[in-house]
Design a protein around this ligand. Structure first.
Ligand code: IPM
Ligand code: MN
Length: 371
């Protein structure tokens, strides 16, 4: 009888346990090494919280391309599309000409899944060294919302008379009212719901890109009227690069177009300690989102167990937040903060005082003990 009852309890718990199908794309270079650590952390969390991640592994990247000539076959795309979220390591390989894997896999997923927001937190954790003199964790804590489907990334343009002295290359930047407005709205909402200072900065170039940023600025100002609780300002992208270094504490949430967002988030990565600790979310609020460390494939460190997996682990945190598992996500952030502050000697590859997998183990240990 007791045996029966306990079986029933277990099976009813199983029924209510939330399952998430996660498409895992380890990808190129150090991608597989850092993703393995993130998966360890997710497993450890699922043992403690009432959810179960079901990992579907996809072999995409340079290896597949070199073997078969394929980047992202349609049937694999359809299968990824049916998952709840995507967990991506890195895409890019020195032996494959630039653009093939990036456009064929990463950008295709962003565009075709309409992940129109690229959210990248820039947060300096205690114990992590920043190259900025006299700046600390209180000064460096903002979020960049990068439009992720338009601008120069839209791929509009072409080359005519290629290879001749009369060659012409055109790369057009595309901005739509719909695309700009949904991004700006998301930024206002993000600012309202999670920011400290409730301050939103539009980053642009109204003095030169007079068409693109005419549209952006008008849209921004119109939407701002619906958010009287949020303070807004406008900064040119070149000046913003300067202020991010000199006065990063001025920023709370920054919203910008695709290419500017790409560039300023690398600058953001460096002021928060380096590429190894940065994570980003490619979000479709109504669809399938994708989470990735920003560090790239780091070919020169591949296979050595020296790369920092913290960025990938923080990407798993962003994924859990988006899936509605805020408590579990919060534990990851606590664990990351503890390990960065107390354990790691540095955050750069080979400078942590621990191997990639040992850093993952430290986070897992904390997760198991916490709470
Ligand atoms: C990034 C990367 C990509 C981008 C590349 C790899 C296409 O730099 O995620 O920031 O430019 O968006
Ligand atoms: Mn980039």
């Amino acid at each position: 009888m007791d045996f029966l009852r306990s079986r029933q309890t277990i099976s009813s718990r199983d029924m209510t346990q939330k399952q998430y199908r996660i498409a895992v794309i380890p990808g190129d270079g150090t991608g597989p090494e850092v993703i393995a650590e993130g998966l360890k952390v997710l497993e450890a969390l699922s043992a403690r919280f009432g959810f179960k991640p079901v990992f579907e592994h996809y072999d995409l990247g340079a290896g597949r391309y070199k073997r078969t000539g394929e980047t992202l076959p349609d049937e694999i795309f359809e299968s990824i599309k049916a998952c709840d979220a995507i967990y991506l390591g890195a895409i890019g390989d020195p032996e494959v000409p630039p653009g093939i894997l990036e456009k064929g896999i990463l950008l295709r997923l962003r565009f075709e899944l309409d992940q129109y927001i690229n959210l990248r937190p820039v947060k300096l954790y205690p114990g992590v060294e920043t190259p900025l003199k006299d700046k600390g964790p209180d000064d460096i804590d903002f979020v960049v919302i990068r439009e992720n489907t338009e601008g120069l990334y839209a791929g509009a343009g072409g080359i005519i008379r290629r290879g001749t002295p009369h060659e012409i290359a055109v790369q057009e930047s595309v901005s739509t009212r719909m695309g700009v407005e949904r991004c700006v709205r998301y930024a206002f909402e993000e600012c309202r719901s999670r920011s400290r200072a409730k301050k939103l900065t539009l980053c642009g170039k109204t003095n030169v890109l007079t068409y693109t940023f005419d549209l952006w600025e008008r849209t921004f100002n119109e939407v701002a009227e619906e958010y009287p609780d949020i303070e807004t300002n406008y900064v040119h992208v070149d000046a913003l690069c300067m202020w991010m270094i000199k006065n990063p504490e001025w920023f709370d949430v920054i919203v910008t177009e695709n290419m500017f967002g790409d560039i300023i988030t690398d600058l953001g990565a460096i002021i928060q300690g380096g590429m190894g600790v940065t994570a980003g979310a490619n979000i479709n609020p109504e669809g399938v989102s994708m989470f990735e460390p920003i560090g790239g494939s780091a070919p020169k460190y591949t296979g050595q167990n020296v790369i920092n997996p913290i960025g990938a682990i923080s990407a798993a945190q962003l994924m859990l937040e988006a899936l509605g598992e805020a408590d579990a996500a919060g534990i990851i952030e606590k664990a990351v903060m503890k390990v960065l502050k107390d354990d790691l000697k540095g955050v750069g590859a080979g400078q942590m005082g621990y191997s990639t997998s040992e850093v993952g183990d430290l986070v897992v240990e904390f997760v198991k003990r916490a709470g």
